[in-house]
Design a protein around this ligand. Sequence first.
Ligand code: S3P
Ligand code: PEP
Length: 424
Amino acid sequence: MQVTILPGTINGTVTANPSKSAMQRAVAAALLSNGKSIIRNPGLSDDCLAALDVAEKLGAVVIRTEEHIEITGSGVHPRSNEINCGESGLGIRMFTPIASLSAQAITINGHGSLTTRPMNFFEEVLPQLDVKCSTFEGKLPLKIQGPLKAKNITIDGSLSSQFLTGLLMAYGAVAEEVTITVKDLKSKPYIALTLQLMEQFGVKVTEERFEKFHFGKKQAYKAGEYTVEGDWSGAAFLLVAAAVAGKAEVHHLNTHSAQSDKAILEALEKAGAGLLPGMFTMIVEKHQLNAFDFDATDCPDLFPPLVALAANCHGTSKILGVSRLAHKESDRGKTLQEEFGKLGITIDLHGDEMLVHGGTGIKGGLVHSHADHRIAMACAVAALTADGPVIIEKAEAINKSYPEFYDHLQKIGGVVKAGEPQGI
Ligand SMILES: O=C(O)C1=C[C@@H](OP(=O)(O)O)[C@@H](O)[C@H](O)C1
Ligand SMILES: C=C(OP(=O)(O)O)C(=O)O
């Protein structure tokens, strides 16, 4: 699907979409709880729907109503010997250790970019926990057979925090007096989010400097009511749109959230945007913007909106953490360089550093999302200050995390047209 975004001014109010990171974790915790959990403000992006499907296949009863989702869990009792995590990195890395809690042999699959993302971690780690595990040359499909035994273990956290999230969630159901030790953990705030969610579902883990995670007496997840927070990762695009092209008010954003991507506020502040934070609302408005330096190692999903911001800032912005992007839905450092290059913005990649030469003027043109939701959204934001329309190919990629994105962009004043521009 093609979408065309016209240059123009932003001015409007919108409510943030639900966080898929929070929603997926809540679905997993509800599956592991005994009894009925109610998830309010549920996310319905593709990654969230895949999580609900996996939870059902692993034994939960899921009922969707107009306002909320009920998940009745009783631990892992697979109804199928195959699960599919769609395109979700978090989904597969979280549900693999969870599915390993059962003694049943299970094949775990996915599609699209997930089939190219590394899964060797499981082959190295799960056998240490008495789980048989094989991959196809480090990639999907994964074949596992548990039951997982929670033991003292040391793992490498440098590739992705998602593997640790999966182990923590699974250990929460069975662990007793054991410690997970992690070396070189990246994306730490995502682990803070995992621990917070586990505690909300009744499981407490003692954490030391994000290196040691200790489980004391045996605990059990407790079913309950959970409201999914607004998503800072998706809202970052709207906040940048406001900073470069007008003004916007975004509701349902918790400034005390554990979500790593609320760090977009620091970058906006460094760039000189006008910020008016409330407890659950952010107002951003356009001011003169200057180049900024920002370390995105622990919030890698911010790279695409940061690049859209930097393209509008006078001077060269430096963003650290590019090596974290190689195994996302696309190789995002290179994808951003290629697609923003088509819009006249030069990006240099030097090791772990990205340099964005901004303020040189954004050109209209034809770009491709590479089936990566965050690339489609970054290009849409860049279009607002371009000298002509930007046509985005494979624009439906947004459905992975933020199906409401184009509607929300329109709500705050963006002009979005399906297909190629006509008579523009
Ligand atoms: O736990 C999560 O919800 C996520 C963790 C991050 O992955 P890494 O830990 O691989 O950086 C992030 O990029 C991803 O979009 C969501
Ligand atoms: C990388 C992402 O998600 P995941 O790893 O869960 O697929 C993302 O949402 O940008």
